[in-house]
Design a protein around this ligand. Sequence first.
Ligand SMILES: [Zn+2]
Length: 145
Amino acid sequence: MTFTVPGPVMDEINGHGEKSYPEEGAGLILGLSEGEHREARQVLPMPNHFDSHKRGRRYRLDPQEILQAEERAEQLGLEVIGVFHSHPDHPSAPSQTDLDWAVPWYVYLITSIEKGAASETRAWRMLEDHSRMVEEILEIKDGDG
Ligand SMILES: [Zn+2]
């Protein structure tokens, strides 16, 4: 599958990861899906509710806030298509915790933040049988083209 993210949306994701450093920053991705293709339209940065001393390696989103985000997405004619989060001084690959919590279909964007600066973002998806996460093709779209 291909996942398209407009440049300004990617800037926002990187910015949230940098702002959250050295903790993990996370949020929801709102967009559209059609067949094998998904496209982000906007992101909703959300508070990391994990225990404060563990936020450098974990994140937790509030289920109530996710429900509100789903309602908001619907009002905009969009849907929640995934989750983005950062890995402070850690590679942009799923951790064991990410594997444990990932649900199929959602796209998971992971941004590595090295010494406070966003370095690399990769997109992942959990297989239907929960066996592993596979990498998606991530396409950054510049301008309005
Ligand atoms: Zn993670």
